[in-house]
Design a protein. Structure first.
Ligand code: C2O
Ligand code: CU
Length: 478
């Protein structure tokens, strides 16, 4: 439930619209019923055959009570809102049959995955209503939390806020993975946070301009359930419980903390394990980011989600979203003192580039001066296989942005002129760039080249992406 509100900020102008088909499923799985219990998205079982695991997903429309008593048109994968969790294992070959029944074109992007550009689900992979898209690739990623969502030009915000998003857990055989909780829904718990805007007719919006005055609700959802006036419950049957948190909001920064001010033991950032379990009091997640933490439970712990920026809901706010109550008698072993080895890049010989985030005319957004609302109009970054690069991401606006790069994990090597510390030393694929600020990130382009299909780099404030704050990255053989 809601615990406080303050502040106000703005996030650009209105973007593109399209209509989802009405009709279809209603209220299945992650529907926003205030049952008081945490809804856990289904785990999608794959079918293994001939060395390939196949997952079958259908993007469809439906309805959901995003705000209690108001029926909203929504969309989901295999259900009316959000999608099931997929669990991939490093080294496996996976194949996905994605069928589009939305009545509009879509794509499915595997956010954070290191996969070939033709399988990445960017705008060039758009497929029409009635079509099945079947990407296949080997899972090269280490253990981490990824997610999947649409990425077609101009419609990403619209499709994601209607519910098209799901989590991907990558498992591996590392010592850290063996030592950490991993039983899905039992001691390994997905938390998908969203802060939306919904008008009085139930239409879900991804920007609040023009709606704040007219009785619009700004629900905060946890796995699809509105927590504005409810604190959900989860009974932990293991003392040590792992949480994977995804900020799937269209814009707002969400911060997770304990209601009692205690610490969370953070174990992972976007792109996998930290070097060691790290005690933190807050986990600040920019749009698109993920983090993992564990709780060693003696007594009940209430988790709070803080809408830090208040772009969508017109003010920040603190929500008690989940009370975790232990009902366990086990005694977990100590956490491993080392989870991962992260060798920090020495960037002195890296190729340097500057990526400037800007605003154009007529409500457009830019990267390096180009409005990326079409593939042809985008700035194009061209690099070669195994190139090592260091990019300065310069925020030429006073708005805040979430910088996301496809294909390879990056290390943040500078934040507004300062050297990063603590959890900012973990591997990332999304990072906050404050208004007028800058970050430096370093990465190495490994394994995949393509002269036709491109990776994307963009702001993960979805409206900004749709308004053109997106560029293309081509990795060639050189
Ligand atoms: Cu989560 Cu290019 O996207
Ligand atoms: Cu932005």
């Amino acid at each position: 439930g809601m615990a406080g509100a303050a502040g106000l900020a703005a996030v650009g102008a209105a973007g593109a619209t399209f209509s989802l088909l009405t009709g279809g499923d209603s209220g299945k799985a992650a529907a926003a019923e205030a049952t008081g219990t945490l809804t856990i998205p289904d785990l999608l079982e794959g079918t293994a055959s001939g060395g390939t695991t196949t997952y079958t997903l259908t993007a469809k429309s439906g309805t959901n009570e995003v705000i209690s008593g108001v029926t909203s048109t929504t969309a989901g994968y295999n259900g009316s809102y959000l999608g099931p969790t997929m669990k991939w294992t490093k080294g496996d070959t996976v194949l996905m049959d994605f069928t589009n029944t939305l009545g509009a074109e879509t794509t499915v992007h595997f956010h954070g995955a290191h996969i070939p550009p033709a399988m990445d689900g960017g705008p060039q992979n758009a497929f029409a209503d009635g079509v099945t898209w079947s990407p296949t690739f080997e899972v090269l990623d280490e253990a981490k939390t990824l997610w999947y969502h649409p990425h077609a030009l101009g419609t990403t915000a619209e499709q994601v806020v209607h519910g098209l998003a799901g989590m991907i857990i990558v498992a591996d055989d590392s010592d850290a993975s063996a030592a950490l909780p991993s039983e899905y829904g039992v001691d390994d718990i997905p938390i998908i946070l969203q802060c939306l805007a919904v008008d009085t007719a139930g239409d879900i919006k991804y920007e609040a301009t023009g709606y704040r005055a007219s009785g619009v609700g700004f629900p905060v959802l946890v796995n699809g359930t509105n927590v504005d006036s409810t604190t959900l419950g989860f009974t932990a049957t293991r003392k040590r419980t792992r949480f994977r948190v995804l900020n799937a909001s269209p814009a707002d920064i969400m911060t997770v903390q304990r209601g009692d001010g205690g610490t969370l033991t953070q174990i992972a950032t976007d792109q996998g394990y930290l070097t060691e379990p790290t005690e933190v009091t807050t986990i600040r997640l920019v749009a698109g980011a993920r983090a993992e933490f564990v709780l060693d439970l003696e007594d009940a712990v209430t988790l709070q989600a803080v809408v830090t920026t208040g772009w969508i809901r017109g003010g920040s706010g603190t929500y008690d979203f989940l009370t975790v109550t232990p009902d366990a008698t086990d005694s977990p072993a100590d956490l491993p003192s080392t989870l991962n080895t992260i060798t920090r890049y020495d960037t002195s010989a890296f190729t340097a580039r500057t990526i400037t985030l800007g605003q154009g005319t007529g409500g457009t957004m830019t990267i390096n001066g180009s409005v990326g609302t079409t593939m042809a109009g985008m700035a194009m970054i061209s690099t070669t296989l195994d190139a090592e690069e260091v990019w300065t991401i310069k925020n030429g606006t006073q708005l805040e942005h979430s910088f996301h790069l496809h294909d390879v994990p990056y290390q943040v090597v500078e934040i507004n002129g300062e050297t990063p510390t603590g959890v900012d030393l973990g591997w990332r694929d999304t990072f906050e760039v404050v208004g007028g600020g800058s970050i430096k990130i370093a990465m190495k382009f490994t394994d995949f080249t393509d002269d036709t299909y491109m990776y994307m780099l963009h702001c993960h404030l979805l409206q900004h992406e749709d308004e053109g704050m997106m560029a293309a990255l081509m990795v060639t053989d050189g």
